[in-house]
Structure formats: C-alpha cells, structure tokens
Design a binder for this molecule. Sequence first.
Ligand code: 5GP
Length: 183
Amino acid sequence: MLTEFTNSNLEVLYSAEEINARVAELGAQITRDYAGKDLVMVGVLKGSVIFLADLIRAIDLPLTIDFMAVSSYKDGTVSTGDVEILKDLTNPIRGKDVIICEDIIDTGLTLFRLTEILSSRGANSLKIATLLDKPEPRIKKELQFDYCGFQIPNKFVVGYGLDAAGRYRNLPFIGVVVNPDIA
Ligand code: 5GP
C-alpha cells in the first residue's frame, strides 16, 4: 500500500487515476499522429521510465524504444546549462520519427540541448513528450514540445518516476514535497 510514502511531507498533486487517464489521452493522440511512421520513443533516464512504460502501452502502433542518460544538474538544484551525455542511444535514428520522452521540463535547458544533439542525427522528425511542464521558471529557450501531461506550479514534485535524492520514483502518484529539507 506504500503507506510509508503518504507521510505529512507529501501532498498529492495528481493521483494514479488522473495520471493514467491523461497518459491514455496522450497515447491516443500519438497513435493518431504517427500512423504509418517509423516511431522511436526515446526515454531520458531515469525520471521518464515510468511515464515511458505507461505511454508506450497506450500507443496502438508498432514502435521501438531507446534510452539516453544526460546530466544537467551538477549541483542538485542549480542548472548549469551544460548537458553531458552519460549514456547515448543504442541505435541510429536516421530516417526515424523520434519522440523524446521526458519526466519534467523546468528551465527547458536539458531538452533544448538534447534536441540540438539529436537534430543533427538525421531523424525524419523529432518531437517531445513531457509528463510535466513547469511554466514559471522557464528560461525562455525556443523549446517546442508537442505532448504534455500536466502543467504544474513551480514546486518540487516527486513520484511516478521523479525523485528526490534518488527516492520516491516508485510512488504511483505525483506529489509535492512540502519541506524539501526532509525529503
Ligand atoms: P531543466 O533542464 O528543464 O531545467 O531540468 C529538467 C530536469 O530537472 C528534469 O528531467 C528533472 O530531472 C529535474 N527536475 C526539475 N524539476 C523537478 C522537480 O520538480 N522534481 C524532480 N524530481 N526533478 C525535477
């Protein structure tokens, strides 16, 4: 029952049911948009794995998956703007229709750099699906994203793949950490 997680330091922002319903909608939208295309879903490790796992099962099309790991937050919370590739894609994306799957867009820097990197590899198309978008602190980079689960306030959230110091990824819901000092 994960009762240890439902402590007073977490407020539920989106329940498992609300997330499932929204992911189903995004899957249906992608199914309509990508019929007949050579779809590759690229998960950005680690935060996107739960979202990716659910989203691909809501897409009623043939597809493949691949993963990248990048590091952009060198100091835990402060974005440096630099993206270091820790793990690259296993397969080439030339001629493919790629959707990058991300957990959350905060400043937008990580995805901005990632799309720059992947754009140079000859994909037929490159789009972004993000579970969450924090509009408030966006350094207004010219980042276009096509599929978005929820827009959230400028608060630190965990669960459904998102962590605080490596924990909380297995929460079935998305919660706000009330006091990050004791997360
Ligand atoms: P950006 O480059 O858009 O500023 O940063 C995006 C990354 O920052 C996300 O992939 C995630 O790892 C981290 N991040 C930003 N906001 C949050 C948040 O509220 N909760 C968690 N757990 N990670 C966040």
